[in-house]
Write a protein that binds this ligand. Structure first.
Ligand code: A3P
Length: 300
């Protein structure tokens, strides 16, 4: 075969065709062009909404647990009884829209939407956004493993190939660089809060305190400790309302991986070759020009 032809893919892989909306691919199944268009143009934002926004694999499910527990003042009952997707619906998906619209206020809502596809109504509202960012090298590693176990994603050919696709922005939810750069433009707005996966790892208690302040929720020290305890990697792994084990096998194949996989910073070092890491750094510097030092991760 010609050198540029791709190796054969299996029938299951071929069955995954991404939904393309305004030039960005989304995993099928949950998303449709219609649900994405509705989210962007017609979704009614309420002033007391709190949006949990991330690029995939940046700590979305972790933040949902944190926000839910802050809302219930550290009482873990809600997190243990109700599925995360019902506590904080994915309003831009077909299934999540219903849950979001019937959700009583104040709502928690989750999405991976890039800024340009986010509900227009947000920008004239007093609703809040919590945006969590993560070292893109750990994101790509986590995304690679996730793609293997999630049926709505094409099975990656190899890590090397997936890394190239990621750097080109040719993965579901689009380019990490563009997602982060666009959302960062909102830094300084009083209804948008930026936090990183690395900060959560380094100082969960302090992060929870800052989140409470942003949300205008005053919690006692004991309540904050309970938020921290119940959002540890171990506690979340044991809670089937957030560890994804309740999802059917045809959505998430638990034999092909674990959703709460490692939960550490720097796992990229176990996956990248020296050449890959240099190549990544070069592209990162180019694409993130002007944002040097803006994030907690280090290069080298
Ligand atoms: P890894 O694959 O590196 O383990 P998302 O929810 O955006 O899909 O992100 C999933 C990533 O966040 C996974 O990363 C997962 O293990 C990690 N994660 C989730 N909860 C966590 C927690 N309490 N502590 C540390 N990492 C957590």
């Amino acid at each position: 075969p010609p050198a540029h032809s791709k190796p054969c893919v299996s029938i299951t892989d071929m069955a995954v065709r991404y939904v393309c909306y305004k030039g960005i691919n989304f995993p099928p199944g949950y998303n449709s062009e219609q649900s994405l268009r509705f989210a962007e143009t017609q979704f009614r934002v309420r002033d007391d909404d709190v949006f949990n926004v991330t690029y995939p694999k940046s700590g979305t499910v972790w933040m949902t647990e944190i926000l839910s527990l802050i809302r219930s003042r550290g009482d873990p009952a809600w997190n243990r009884a109700v599925l995360n997707s019902e506590r904080s619906p994915w309003f831009s998906t077909q299934l999540g829209l219903d849950a979001a619209q019937t959700c009583p206020s104040p709502r928690l809502l989750t999405c991976h939407l890039p800024l340009q596809l986010f509900p227009k109504a947000f920008f004239s509202s007093r609703a809040k956004v919590v945006y969590t960012v993560r070292d893109p090298r750990d994101v790509v590693v986590s995304y690679y493993h996730f793609s293997k176990m999630c049926s709505s994603y094409q099975d990656p050919e190899s890590f090397a190939q997936f890394l190239e696709d990621f750097l080109r922005g040719d993965v579901p939810h689009g380019s990490w660089f563009e997602h982060v750069r666009a959302w960062r433009q909102l830094k300084g707005k009083d209804n948008v809060f930026f936090i990183s996966y690395e900060e959560l790892q380094q100082d969960l208690q302090g992060s929870v305190r800052r989140l409470c302040q942003f949300l205008g929720q005053e919690l006692e020290d004991a309540d904050i400790s309970s938020v921290v305890e119940n959002t540890s990697f171990q506690a979340m792994r044991e809670n089937d309302k957030c560890n994804s084990t309740l999802l059917p096998r045809n959505i998430m194949d638990q034999e092909r991986g674990t959703f709460l996989r490692k939960g550490v910073c720097g796992d990229w070092k176990n996956h990248f070759t020296v050449a890959q890491s240099e190549h990544f750094a070069m592209i990162y510097r180019e694409r993130m020009r002007g944002l040097n030092g803006a994030f907690p991760w280090e290069w080298g």
